[in-house]
Design a protein around this ligand. Structure first.
Ligand SMILES: N[C@@H](CCC(=O)N[C@@H](CS)C(=O)NCC(=O)O)C(=O)O
Length: 263
């Protein structure tokens, strides 16, 4: 049995749930409440000393890193194989997987500068100090702290915006001669990057592709029509929270002239 430790609204967790749905795989859910800080509990740190989700456990084998987990899951069953078969396409797919580290960093910036910021600013100062100190990765802690203190004025925000815009453009270029990232069928590469688009859209920034890149827009719309999209998201997210995330994103970014050309 596959056990997945995951966060309801965590992009990397959504990414793994998309692949589980595409593969029609049964799994046992272990939900980690990230806003509550359950990722810092002793119990969870024993599973992942880096204190982040997702973590997959398969017959006692503990695996971290969402892109690697996705490829591992694909190999467990012949249903709807997502990894391409040629060495070249496998390599290209893994490049998308490695680049996800950059996309994750970017959407994490956009979320912490907006919605997460408003949530965290509502907490008492000493609780926040405790949270920063309990993060095993202090570089990550410093970044989040900067975003919470400065919001859209943080130096991390324009970098994130530029990177997500570049991703939208790169996908638009890839789709010039094919329907999907790796040819004419949906594959692992499409699955790996979807959640980063979803989060960017959630924070009100779909203009990054909708205003500039029609092939990317069409590709993402086709992804949203797949059963796996709804099945991996809807049961875990509530509409009220999504509306708050969207409103916080719009309030933070759309009124800021520095980002007007992107949107
Ligand atoms: N590179 C890792 C990143 C994992 C990661 O950062 N997960 C986030 C949620 S998407 C998390 O657990 N954050 C906890 C925190 O920020 O304290 C992966 O792709 O699995």
């Amino acid at each position: 049995m596959l056990k997945l430790y995951h966060g309801a609204n965590s992009v990397c967790s959504i990414k793994v749930r998309i692949v589980l749905e595409e593969k029609n795989m049964a799994w046992e859910s272990h939900h980690i409440d990230l806003p509550k800080g359950e990722q810092f509990s002793e119990e969870f740190i024993a599973l992942n000393p880096r204190s982040f989700v997702p973590v997959l456990i398969h017959d006692g084998f503990i695996l971290r890193e969402s892109s690697v987990i996705c490829e591992y899951i694909d190999q467990l069953s012949d249903v709807n194989p997502l990894m391409p078969t040629s060495a070249e396409e496998q390599a290209k797919t893994r490049v998308w997987g490695v680049q996800c580290l950059e996309y994750h960093d970017s959407v994490n910036t956009l979320t912490f500068a907006s919605y997460q910021r408003s949530m965290l600013l509502a907490k008492p100062k000493d609780e926040l100090e405790k949270r920063w100190k309990s993060m095993p990765d202090q570089i990550r802690a410093k970044k989040v702290q900067d975003l919470v203190e400065n919001g859209a004025s943080s130096g991390y925000v324009p970098v994130a915006m530029q990177r997500m815009s570049r991703l939208a453009r790169e996908i638009n270029d890839e789709l010039e001669h094919s329907d999907w990232l790796m040819g004419d069928s949906y594959s692992m590469a499409d699955a790996l990057v979807t959640a980063y688009f979803f989060r960017t859209e959630c924070v009100g920034l779909a203009g990054l592709w909708e205003s500039h890149y029609p092939r990317t827009t069409n590709w993402y719309n086709r992804i949203k029509e797949r059963r796996s999209f709804d099945a991996s998201i809807a049961p875990w997210l509530n509409e009220e929270e999504m509306a708050k995330i969207h409103a916080a994103g719009q309030e933070t970014f759309l009124a800021d002239d520095r980002f007007a050309d992107y949107l």
